[in-house]
Design a protein around this ligand. Sequence first.
Ligand SMILES: [Zn+2]
Length: 128
Amino acid sequence: MKNGCSARLSSIIFLNTPLILLFAVKMKFPKTVNRFCPFCRKHTQHKVFTAKKKAPSPLKYGSKIRARRRGRARGSGNLGRYSKPPVTQWKMTGKKQTKKTDLRYQCAVCSKTHTQKKGIRLKKVEFE
Ligand SMILES: [Zn+2]
């Protein structure tokens, strides 16, 4: 038991250290934070949360429903981007162990939301 533990530790130390420092496994964020609000142009209290995936809207530019109505994503032959399988099938999307955080900050005064500057790689995001 003790030997196994030490072996695991040594393997971690033996690995390239910058690789480990690239991401933390879990990180806790505060639920509320004082930040600059670009709409109020001053520091206000903000609610912190991660972005949730919304249902696709037919009015958005890249929407498949909209493309079909315009006659793009139908018929035979090469339809360009509509001939390709979804991105999740041919790219590494969703396969990675860590994902970049997509934090949103909602101002308590004007209730407008803005995003973070740069995401960091994390396995898990927690709010406390
Ligand atoms: Zn504001």
